[in-house]
Design a protein. Structure first.
Lengths: 89, 414
């Protein structure tokens, strides 16, 4: 697990009542008992940590939030595109 | 407090609204008749980095024209937007009721006008003034504009209301709670007249950012019960009713518009945002029991219908739970599809929609319902309103925190 993934797992654990040590990239968010408001707070924390914005709609099925790995991929993509935008600016 | 005797019947003798599809009852109802949708591009303030760029805003409200005639309240032209809406709606309602104001018997009149968030426009302006522009002082009326009781106080001052005067606060159920409490006071003899409802005016940059952070607003529009629904759209406005005891109305020769027959309130006690089925179902059952009606008596149900994935499905299931087979004979519509989600004011505006539906025997539509969600399979009066005999109507309000309030209306008693 790289730095980005590691930070994300730390954020997830911070928001869980009973943090687990066995969280991997294939772990489903539903397995971690993360519900709508928890997700909003976790996203907020991730956005703050990485200086990115993760737009999503809680009314829609978000494939990005199915597993820990999908969250990591989404964040990586946003970091790259915000880095590219900063480089252009 | 003087509560005595047998419960008295409560009638509605006046109505007033300020909404994104009409700033009087006549305009609003004409809007419903045309399936007018008040959602449009956000405006009136710098949008900066906002991601959600739509709302149902009231763009044609002239506070000087609507409130310039106020005599007793000397500062009404300087209050928060939410108080302007409340005052204008109360003015329309009291005029329709034909009540003599200022009230001669002021202590027998209640004024319960709530707001979900009160003077948030003033909060935002004051924040910018104090913290960003570093002005030397905030405007002297700042505090009075912000507090959630100011609309009730201003209306009370103007009309000589000296009885119970305060605000309710229960997010999207605020107006319904105000109306229900006013009904109770009249029923049990504590007041003879009550000016009740709520007002909300919170569309500004800070509030839009706060709502965005919850990720429940739709970037496209408000489509209750539709397969394509993906969130709610913020609105603003006010809905106010004049309630009276039937005897009081008869004695002064007033013609009631409707009877307020029942009120049910419950709390889910579960989650701040995700509704349960039990709380809403029980609130509907309690309202029907209070009205001494059976589920089969209801002809029109004005849904809470916020167009979030979860509310519309949960509300549909709760309706089926309570009404059984009759659920499929009901006309159910969400007028939020037209006036947006006016938060605390919703229950007041929707009470007016119910009363108009009964007066006209015409049910307003759920606009934008191109293709219904298979999970939402009731008759939501899609797109266009229609003629239907409406003797009894029920209105749902289900708020954040699982706070539920349901009202039942019937025809004027003979």
């Amino acid at each position: 697990m790289d730095d980005v993934a590691g930070k994300i797992v730390d954020i997830l654990k911070k928001h869980m009542k009973e943090p687990r040590d066995d969280i991997g990239l294939t772990t489903a968010l539903t397995d971690l008992k993360i519900e709508s408001l928890d997700l909003a707070m976790i996203v907020f924390d991730i956005e703050d940590t990485f200086g990115i914005e993760i737009p999503y709609n809680a009314n829609e099925e978000a494939a990005d939030f199915k597993t820990v790995g999908s969250v990591v991929e989404r964040v990586r993509g946003l970091i790259e595109s915000s880095g590219a935008a900063a480089a252009k600016a | 407090m003087v509560m005595s005797g047998a419960p008295r019947r409560v009638v509605v003798t006046g109505m007033g609204v300020v909404t994104p599809i009409g700033t009087t009852v006549a305009e609003f109802w004409a809007g419903c008749r045309e399936s007018r949708v008040g959602v449009g591009p956000l405006g009136g303030f710098p949008l900066e980095d906002l991601k959600i760029l739509i709302a149902a805003q009231i763009k044609t409200f002239d506070h000087k024209a609507r409130l310039g005639h106020f005599k007793r309240d000397k500062i009404i032209l300087h209050v928060d937007r939410y108080s302007w809406f409340a005052a204008a709606a109360a003015d329309e309602a009291i005029k329709q009721a034909g009540l003599e104001v200022p009230f001669a018997n002021g202590y027998r009149v209640a004024c319960i006008i709530g707001s979900g968030a009160g003077g948030l426009q003033t909060v935002e302006t004051s924040y910018r003034d104090l913290f960003i522009l570093k002005k030397k002082a905030t405007h002297p009326l700042t505090l009075l504009r912000i507090i959630g009781s100011s609309a009730a106080a201003h209306v009370g001052i103007e009309y000589g209301i000296k009885g119970p005067t305060f605000a309710t606060c229960s997010a999207c159920s605020t107006a319904a709670h105000a109306i229900g409490i006013g009904m109770d006071y009249i029923r049990h003899g504590m007041a003879d007249v009550a000016i009740v409802g709520a007002s909300e005016a919170v569309i500004n940059y800070g509030v839009m950012r706060a709502w965005q952070a919850m990720h429940v607003l739709s970037p496209e529009g408000i489509f209750p019960f539709a397969k394509r629904r993906n969130g709610t759209v913020l609105g603003e406005g006010a809905g106010i009713l004049v309630l009276e005891s039937d005897e009081h109305a008869k004695r002064r020769g007033a013609k009631p518009l409707a009877e307020l027959m029942g009120f049910g309130m419950t709390s889910d006690s579960k989650d701040m945002v995700n509704p349960d089925i039990e709380g809403p179902s029980e609130a509907m059952r309690l309202a029907l029991a209070d009205a001494k009606l059976a589920p089969g008596d209801i002809d029109y149900l004005n849904a809470h219908g916020t167009a979030t994935t979860i509310n519309d499905k949960n509300e549909t299931n709760a309706i089926k739970h309570v009404f059984g087979k009759h659920a499929f004979e009901l006309a159910v519509s969400s007028t939020k599809s037209m006036h947006g989600h006016p938060l605390g004011a919703g229950g007041g505006i929707e009470a007016v929609a119910c009363i108009k539906a009964m007066q006209d025997n015409w049910v307003p539509p759920t606009a934008g319902l191109d293709e219904p969600d298979p999970d939402c399979d009731l008759d939501y009066v899609p797109n266009v309103g229609r003629d239907k005999a409406v003797t009894y109507a029920l209105s749902n309000s289900f708020a954040f925190g699982g706070l539920n309030a349901v009202l039942v209306f019937g025809p004027p008693p003979h």
